[in-house]
Design a protein around this ligand. Structure first.
Ligand SMILES: Nc1ncnc2c1ncn2[C@@H]1O[C@H](COP(=O)(O)OP(=O)(O)O)[C@@H](O)[C@H]1O
Ligand SMILES: O=P(O)(O)O[C@H]1O[C@H](CO)[C@@H](O[C@H]2O[C@H](CO)[C@@H](O)[C@H](O)[C@H]2O)[C@H](O)[C@H]1O
Length: 447
């Protein structure tokens, strides 16, 4: 690593990094712009986090980026720079720099380096600043030193490090400027005494070029298993899942109640409901442009959105999870359900994700998830999903005092909206899974 600090400016570093990132970045699971060529990079910020480790915010410029994305998505990278990469770090290789101040050096993904991961936790234990980076923590949740790190191998939208089976650090990959609900809501819920959500213990934010949340450390629920794995196991063993689904419904309702108590609840009148439906129509339009297999079903799906506006009623709207599915729930060793990942749907702008919404939006997400689980097994067992969906709604109704099934138009519209989102998501990230939401699309377009 060159010693003179001036060489680490964004402009100077770009010739070293751009050719490597061109190859490496689009191949990462969390790269959101798949299917559109990267036309260039710019370095939004560069901080020497540790000796030999650079913290970067990198903008990937792409053709055909969504208008709200501006000039291109911004990603957070921790890059290590070494002369030679030791063999255990070979999978972390980003590339060998052939130009600029890093010429002759090997660049790698430093989150895969246990030494860097350990030092990162050390840095998180004390609040303070480093260039544009701000380290914050909750003094009531002490984080011990010396916890051994391991990088989670999960298929994720972000990257997570588990420390000593005690804490988990989620490092956001695609950075959205503004208040990130994945820190905002768990902090609010923790302060409100809601034990369903692991409370943030420490976090990293930046204030340059704008405010953004970069990472969140939370207690790791060591003996937990996620709802998706549990559901798949129940299916494989030909067992029902209704008791679990019922308890999940209760847990969702408790989180909703706590959010409604802690943050504003608004009433959606007719005009706002029409806007909601219009947004769903727009998303369908955009998804069908991107994934033409959707096109034949568009008229049928539109009917679900139109139905929302025909039912005149004032509806309460509040902050919600925004991307609730079985994979966002953890059943602890004690049998309680916890809810994680309040980021919302990563593809949507932050302002939209932070808007108050009818709580059935989350219910619809979970209902879709039971359908997803049932569809992964052969023979397909629609009655398994149906019984879970019912049990989940009953559990929700018991704890919330309102039954989501009493709003069938809205529930159906949100299920349709979610299935459309899933089609786009799968087409971009897991084309082999596209048939799963497409089956729902066919059903929802016909009903
Ligand atoms: N507090 C936690 N305790 C135990 N495991 C967790 C915790 N938070 C997250 N995980 C695990 O990490 C995975 C990814 O976390 P998540 O917040 O969903 O990240 P992403 O937004 O990248 O999908 C989850 O599926 C879960 O298995
Ligand atoms: O967990 P993330 O925030 O990364 O959410 C994204 O990825 C999810 C898949 O990992 C995706 O969820 C879809 O697949 C799940 C099964 O893997 C299924 O349970 C969900 O119902 C389905 O929506 C999620 O939509 C996406 O935002």
């Amino acid at each position: 690593m060159p010693k003179a600090a001036p060489t680490l400016t964004p402009v100077a570093l770009l010739p070293s990094l751009a050719p490597l990132l061109h190859e490496w970045l689009p191949r990462q699971r969390w790269f959101a712009g798949k299917g559109r060529p990267v036309t260039g990079f710019s370095l939004v910020s560069v901080t020497e986090l540790l000796p030999g480790t650079l913290h970067l915010l990198v903008r990937a410029e792409q053709n055909g980026a969504a208008p709200e994305a501006g000039p291109g998505d911004v990603y957070q990278l921790l890059l290590g720079v070494r002369k030679v990469l030791p063999p255990p770090l070979a999978p972390a290789l980003v590339g060998h720099a052939t130009d600029g101040p890093l010429m002759g050096q090997t660049v790698y993904d430093a989150l895969q380096d246990p030494q860097v991961a350990a030092l990162l936790l050390e840095r998180l234990r004390t609040p303070g600043r480093l260039g544009p980076l701000r380290f914050g923590c909750d003094a009531d949740i002490p984080v011990p030193g010396g916890l051994a790190p391991r990088l989670l191998a999960a298929e994720q939208s972000n990257s997570s490090l588990v420390y000593g089976d005690t804490f988990i650090l989620k490092v956001f990959r695609r950075i959205h400027f503004g208040v990130n609900p994945d820190l905002e809501l768990p902090l609010v819920l923790a302060r409100h005494g809601c034990a369903r959500v692991p409370a943030p213990a420490a976090w990293i934010r930046t204030d340059r070029p704008q405010d953004a949340t970069l990472a969140v450390l939370q207690p790791y629920l060591r003996d937990s298993e996620d709802g998706w794995q549990l559901a798949l196991r129940a299916l494989a063993d030909r067992r029902g899942f209704t008791r679990e689904a019922h308890a999940l419904g209760r847990a969702t309702a408790e989180v909703h109640t706590a959010l409604a108590d802690a943050l504003p609840v608004v009433t959606l009148g007719r005009a706002q409901t029409e806007l909601l439906a219009a947004a769903m129509h727009e998303r369908l339009e955009a998804a069908a442009q991107a994934v033409p297999t959707l096109l034949p079903y568009v008229p049928g799906l539109r009917a679900a959105f139109d139905a929302v506006t025909r039912v005149a009623a004032s509806r309460p709207a509040q902050r919600v999870h925004g991307d609730l599915h079985l994979g966002q729930t953890l059943r602890t060793g004690g049998g309680d359900w916890a809810v994680i990942d309040f980021e919302g749907e990563p593809a949507r702008p932050l302002a939209e994700r932070r808007r108050p919404q009818p709580p059935v939006r989350d219910v619809a997400g979970m209902l879709r998830s039971f359908d997803y689980a049932a569809r992964t097994q052969l023979p397909w067992r629609p009655e398994w999903a149906e019984s879970c969906r019912d049990a989940y709604c009953s559990g929700y109704a018991e704890a919330a005092g309102t039954d989501p099934r009493d709003e069938p138009e809205l529930l159906r519209a949100y299920e349709t909206d979610k299935a459309v989102y899933e089609v786009l998501y799968e087409a971009r990230h897991r084309p082999d899974w596209l048939a799963v939401p497409m089956a729902a699309v066919r059903r929802l377009a016909q009903d």
